[in-house]
Ligand binder design. Sequence first.
Ligand code: NAD
Length: 299
Amino acid sequence: MANIGFIGLGNMGTPMAANLVKAGHRVRGYDVNTAALQNLTSIGVEVAANASEAARGADVVITMLPAGEHVREVWLHQGGLIEAVKDAAPLLIDCSTIDVESARIVTEAAHNAGLDMLDAPVSGGVGGAVAATLTFMVGGSDAAFVRGLPILQAMGKNIVHAGGPGAGQAAKICNNMMLAINMAGVCEGFLLARKLGLDWDRLFQIASASSGQSWALSNYCPAPGPVPAAPSNRDYAAGFMAALMLKDVKLSQAAADAVGSPTPLGAHAMSLYQAVVDVGNGAKDFSVVFRWLESQPRQ
Ligand code: NAD
């Protein structure tokens, strides 16, 4: 059993913390949003008055926050966690999806304080967080990975050591950029099929057994009908929100700018998800890009 401090108890953090409790760990949690703290005791998480209190005496401190600025604030700023916990030398794990630069800055500060840190963003959404089936993409040293593995296994099913510090974030944004592009491609195929008089179920049957097959097609088919469990059959209720997809594709483009890698399709996908968010569909599943494309004239 480990003592775990958990900062950021939103949609993902709360079920992740609940699974740590189920696995027998003692978890103390903190969130700036007091509403997020209301139900914690019912799932066995102790409520701390601030982040430092949640992390005090912990063997492992986990953050699950919205973006890089929040991660930098919690770990580095005045009263930041690295300073607060350095004498106890816990393992630090950031599970948020953030920019590679922020991950690198925070990890460097942790190392300078003599602490091990992992960047461990996840894939699998709220459903995966609840079912403890998340995929963790982990960046950090071999020793830190071995130390963190049993903790991550309580929250996920596939725990992959992607490489050194920052490699987890890099893997996450590359994966999601590929998914963003791929989904847009599936949307275009189904829209063209309809104009060509092709039945969507038939196209699905053919493409899912042919070279057009993909995760986006098989699981989240954006055209209503062929995949009953897909968000497209429930008015595009998320799923994985378009606003979060936009955030991740933006991160991929910032990273591509920083290293000078060509991503013309990533850049175009970003403009599509931006348009989806601009028309007020940011809270819908990202496959709602189908509906937006459907409303567009041919250029
Ligand atoms: P969320 O907004 O529901 O939760 C984030 C929590 O962090 C909020 O409760 C917020 O109050 C808290 N917070 C913000 N600043 C804080 C601070 N200074 N101190 C303490 N708490 C603070 O977001 P989420 O859906 O749980 O996502 C968390 C991360 O996981 C994001 O980086 C997101 O991109 C990533 N992610 C989300 C999903 C998903 O499907 N929701 C899937 C994969 C990855």
